[in-house]
Design a binder for this molecule. Structure first.
Ligand code: ZN
Length: 269
């Protein structure tokens, strides 16, 4: 009886083991079948049914932005996305597949998980190559420089650096900012420092937040150079104190004097 019981248990366990093994084989096969991969020096693209042409185009764009963003921010000497440290880009089949799988809003063309160094999108998403890809890569590269969870980074600096990477953003910013200044809609530096676009109800105000953030980053880089911007980012990482990083890199004793100098600079443009 005892033996029979053991045999039964063994039989049941063996069956269960076989079922689990089969499932594991099927599941792992489908997990690897699901995503094809294509690699370049700094990126691995995971895709399902996207055309090869698109994947090649994507890798070309991503590689060119990798160099350009590093150069834009003065980070050329760093080369940190190699081999196992490559950034990942997941390309879903289409908008529906992307939205259902990632739970992003329907208008989303792509997004990044900065800590994971991973970007998600689908083939030919609107504005992806020109804006979303460089913007999200900008976020990732910037956070690697100033520290992933550094609380001393104000939102305007975070978004300003990311939007600074978009091809046409800077060209459009000049006249729009002048118009905002003329029409008295300009968000003061003080208000910008604590602003959160997710809480803004007015679309025009949100876009002004991004433009002004971009303009501030552009001002720091144009007036004081990339080398200083890099030093500023490194101090921000070490000190975790925005005012200290600012005052030890730039001729501004505090954030208020940065704001005044920037607003004065804008009026002179
Ligand atoms: Zn952003």
């Amino acid at each position: 009886m005892q033996q029979k019981g053991w045999q039964l248990v063994f039989k049941k366990s063996a069956t269960l083991f076989f079922v689990l093994l089969s499932c594991w084989q099927v599941c792992s096969a489908s997990a690897t079948d699901k995503w094809n991969t294509e690699k370049s020096t700094h990126f691995i693209v995971f895709y399902k049914e996207a055309k090869e042409d698109f994947i090649r185009q994507l890798l070309n764009y991503a590689e060119s932005y990798y160099d350009k963003i590093a150069e834009n921010l003065g980070l050329r000497r760093y080369d940190f996305w190699l081999w196992d440290n490559r950034a990942k880009i997941y390309i879903y089949n289409d908008s529906k597949d992307y939205i259902e799988s990632t739970h992003q809003p329907v208008w989303s063309a792509g997004y990044a998980q900065v800590g994971e160094k991973t970007i998600y999108s689908y083939p030919y998403a609107k504005g992806f190559f020109e804006t979303v890809l460089p913007h999200e890569m900008g976020h990732i590269i910037f956070r690697e420089t100033v520290g992933l969870t550094n609380p001393a980074v104000p939102l305007w600096l975070e978004e300003g650096v990311a939007i600074y990477q978009e091809n046409s953003a800077l060209r459009q910013a000049g006249w729009q900012l002048k118009q905002a200044l003329r029409e008295n809609k300009f968000i003061s530096f003080k208000a910008l420092s604590t602003a959160a676009p997710s809480l803004m109800k007015d679309d025009a105000e949100v876009s002004l937040f991004y433009l002004e953030s971009l303009s501030l980053v552009d001002y720091l880089i144009k007036e004081f150079g990339r080398e200083s911007f890099l030093i500023f980012c490194q101090r921000l990482k070490e000190l975790k104190d925005f005012r200290k990083a600012l005052s030890t890199t730039y001729p501004f004793a505090d954030t208020q004097s940065l704001g005044e100098a920037w607003e004065k600079y804008l009026l002179q443009q």
